[in-house]
Write a protein that binds this ligand. Structure first.
Ligand code: ZN
Length: 244
């Protein structure tokens, strides 16, 4: 394939730019912050779900507390009523006995209620502690995500700018190469990916490293200054003025 030494130099610069583009795009694609952000979001969603359950539990416990307190208040009122009735019933033995029994029943219930209330208050403080732990966890995840996002934006911004500069450089270089050479280069690049052009050195392809046997070597040298590796089909620079 015909090519001037300037064409070969431009193609090789294009190759360098294309490899750098590939590397930069891959780095952008695989920025580790993406995984950090996704993991933080996933963990936060799990904690948020737990927090929702805790809120339901806290409401339930609060309702139970209110109910028990209300029952106790109504029992106190009842107690006062019975005590007043007891005072009025002095001498009426049966009445006094019945009222006294009633009072004892109320006392028993109030004692039970007191125990229940103490348990509920313990539950409530356990729930509050758990809620505050979860809330701290969520705050930490928020901070992790925020830091990872800031770092991602910074790095991805820099990489995106590099890609734009490389693409511009690629555009400039491709405008300097004859169309048929560029077509051959682009064809190999899209087929092989990464490296499209190498040099013949020590009778080996500089890309796939395969040794080229003498019969094929003669064919290859006939294609100078640019031939095609018989093994990997990449473009090979053969001798000529571009080969230092
Ligand atoms: Zn090869």
């Amino acid at each position: 394939m015909n090519a001037t030494s300037a064409d070969i130099e431009t193609l090789e610069r294009l190759q360098t730019v294309d490899l750098e583009l590939l590397r930069t795009r891959k780095e952008l694609e695989e920025l580790p912050q993406r995984a950090v952000i996704a993991a933080a979001q996933e963990k936060r969603a799990a904690l948020q779900a737990k927090m929702d359950q805790i809120k339901v539990l806290r409401k339930e416990t609060g309702r139970k507390l209110t109910r028990s307190n209300e029952e106790d208040a109504s029992l106190v009122k009842k107690e006062h009523g019975i005590q007043a009735a007891l005072e009025a019933a002095q001498g009426d033995y049966r009445n006094v006995e019945a009222r006294t029994k009633e009072l004892a029943g109320i006392e028993k219930r109030r004692f039970k209620l007191k125990e229940e209330l103490a348990e509920l208050k313990k539950d409530q403080s356990r729930i509050d502690k758990l809620a505050s732990q979860i809330s701290d966890g969520i705050k930490k995840l928020d901070a992790t995500e925020e830091a990872a996002t800031a770092s991602f934006e910074e790095r991805s911004g820099a990489l995106t700018a590099s890609i734009a500069a490389l693409e511009q450089e690629r555009g400039q270089l491709t405008s300097e190469v004859p169309a048929r050479l560029l077509e051959a280069y682009d064809r190999v690049l899209s087929r092989a990916g990464g490296v499209a052009i190498g040099r013949l050195a020590d009778n080996r392809c500089g890309v796939c490293r395969a040794p080229i046997e003498s019969g094929r070597l003669i064919d290859l040298r006939n294609q100078a200054p640019i031939g095609e590796c018989p093994i990997c089909k990449r473009l090979l620079v053969i001798g000529g003025p571009a080969q230092a």
